[in-house]
Design a protein around this ligand. Structure first.
Ligand SMILES: Cc1cc2nc3c(=O)[nH]c(=O)nc-3n(C[C@H](O)[C@H](O)[C@H](O)COP(=O)(O)O)c2cc1C
Length: 204
């Protein structure tokens, strides 16, 4: 059986989750990360450098947390990574307390790469904790804005501003308090980045 109701899952299809790994001091580290399926296994590909990468090398286990609370995605990118966790079922890495579901992963192999090593992981346990009640456009707008914020060093400020203007429409129409807060955190991060001396001259 596959994880997608029998549908063939294209290898290129990337889905987004919150990944928990263990810091050197044993504390959980949460970060939004894309993942792909390779058969029954999960492929994680953290860029060099990143804390998630260092953590996976030190402790080859992780949890994929699935949540519709976009504050967690925006929070992890804006210095608010301290979300409540709970012990996992089997693995050493805690899960997100508010996850709707989670998968516990054990790294089975690593394909080294100068930019982005790939960690192939087996799913060793999984659980469902809550009901998924559908997407809102504001949730997907926050997700897209979070991607922009995670790439501020590589994107032209004018492009970021243009995309945020488009996404703002979905926020205005469908955001609840969680989405609005997440959006505000992301906009503040964009503004703070633009005000850094090396970027201020480029600001639109
Ligand atoms: C939706 C989403 C997906 C992301 N996917 C990845 C990814 O697949 N690999 C990656 O290195 N960073 C990804 N990032 C960026 C990370 O969340 C983060 O900014 C960066 O990797 C540093 O993470 P660290 O906390 O592990 O150092 C993603 C960000 C978002 C918002």
């Amino acid at each position: 059986m596959d994880h997608f109701g029998g549908l063939v899952q294209p290898q290129s299809m990337i889905r987004e989750a919150i990944v928990t790994t263990l810091d050197a001091d044993g504390a959980p580290h949460l970060t939004p990360l894309g993942y792909r399926m390779i058969g029954e296994d999960v492929l994680l590909a953290p860029f060099i450098p990143s804390r998630t990468l260092d953590n996976l090398r030190r402790c080859p286990a992780a949890v994929l947390n699935f949540t519709d609370d976009v504050r967690i995605i925006a929070g992890c990118l804006t210095g608010r990574g301290d979300w409540p966790t709970r012990p996992a079922l089997r693995g050493p890495v805690p899960r997100l307390a508010d996850a709707l579901a989670h998968w516990e992963l054990a790294v089975v192999s690593v394909i080294e790469d100068a930019e982005r090593p790939q960690f192939r992981c087996a799913i060793v346990a999984r659980a469902v904790h809550g009901e998924f009640t559908g997407f809102s456009r504001a949730q997907s707008a926050v997700l897209e804005a979070a991607i922009l914020v995670s790439r501020l060093d590589r994107l032209a400020p004018a492009k970021v501003a243009q995309e945020l203007r488009y996404l703002q429409g979905a926020i205005d129409k469908t955001a609840g308090p969680r989405e609005q807060l997440a959006w505000d955190w992301l906009l503040a991060a964009v503004q703070a980045h633009a005000q850094q001396p090396s970027h201020a001259a480029d600001a639109p």
